[in-house]
Write a protein that binds this ligand. Structure first.
Ligand code: ZN
Length: 323
């Protein structure tokens, strides 16, 4: 992870637009660059990703731009949006049907069907943690468009990717990077940034398995730069860094290499989703007491700790060392 990640790089801005009372930047489509190099011969296991299309309702209206920004504030890389959206069961969302991405058999298939990249992320994340934790159960990634019922309420694009402890799945709309990370939050996007997002969500799955999640949640809701809630998020960033380091060191991984540009995009994504960056963009002010995920600098720092050490044990220090 680069210490000074993105400043020298063009973010591809093409202007800005008002969303509610908020001006946000429009950036170029992520497809203009940022695909990682895939190992074309690597075997994939498509059963670890489910695709649900045709969710009723299309893009969910959540009441205009300011609400969207507030949701992003609360939920970028969140856990269980049901708690915040009032939904507790998977009743809404219509009858979305799920299928495995059976067309994704090898790394070469990513070039034919870009959705196959999510099979690569899920396979590499599951393989990483399976090698570290005895009795590890693979976590499924569920892709959806529009909205879909989950064990944590209805998922929609606007709530961003999340891990649901009730059904042990990671959920995201595959257009998340383009629609939210790039267009709304001004990140550069790219496959490595997506792998970071997925790595973060799988990190929450690990926290769920080992009991950290329950520990922090039983202590009650808290926010603020020094809160256990923020430490939980930073630990997930650190786990994502350790996962990316592992992928970068495996010559036979479905991701054949992670370049400096890829790492810059990862660091840039951590910057874009920092609470202070989002607050500046949405309100023009920074209020550390309401942080839920940590500042850009904190997120980049713990991502880098995971990447540089390659050791998830080092990520526990976030709970004792502070930042
Ligand atoms: Zn998170």
């Amino acid at each position: 992870m680069a210490d000074n990640p993105v400043d020298a790089h063009s973010r591809g801005r093409i202007g800005s637009v008002r969303v509610g009372s908020v001006r946000v930047s429009l950036a170029r489509h992520s497809a203009l660059g940022g695909a990682v190099q895939y190992n074309s011969g690597a075997q994939l296991d498509p059963s670890q990703v489910e695709y649900r299309s045709g969710g009723v309702g299309g893009r969910v209206a959540v009441g205009g731009g300011v609400s969207i920004i507030m949701l992003i504030l609360a939920l970028v890389f969140g856990i269980n949006p049901g708690e915040l959206m009032g939904g507790t069961s998977g009743s809404a969302g219509g009858s979305a049907s799920g299928t495995d991405l059976t067309q994704c058999q090898t790394g070469a298939d990513v070039a034919k069907d870009r959705n196959c990249r999510f099979v690569v992320y899920a396979n590499t994340a599951n393989a990483y943690w399976a090698g570290l934790l005895q009795g590890y159960q693979p976590i499924k990634t569920v892709l959806f468009d529009g909205q879909t019922p989950t064990g944590c309420g209805t998922a929609s694009t606007q709530v961003g990717p999340f891990y649901c402890p009730n059904d042990k799945n990671v959920y995201l709309d595959p257009t998340f990077t383009e629609q939210m990370l790039v267009k709304q939050l001004g990140g550069r996007g790219g496959d490595a940034a997506e792998a970071y997002v997925i790595g973060h969500e799988y990190g929450h799955g690990i926290q769920d398995m080992v009991g950290t999640l329950a520990q922090v949640q039983s202590a009650g809701q808290s926010t603020g730069a020094d809160s256990a809630q923020v430490a939980l998020e930073l630990q997930a960033d650190c786990y994502a860094g350790a996962y990316l380091a592992h992928v970068a060191q495996q010559p036979n991984s479905p991701i054949s290499q992670i370049t400096q540009d890829d790492l810059n995009r990862v660091a840039d994504a951590a910057r874009a989703v920092g609470d202070d960056s989002i607050q500046k963009m949405s309100t023009g002010q920074v209020n550390p007491e309401s942080w839920t995920h940590g500042s850009s600098a904190m997120r980049q720092h713990w991502l880098a700790v995971g990447f540089k050490t390659g050791d998830p044990q080092s990520c526990s220090k976030v709970f004792t060392n502070g930042q």
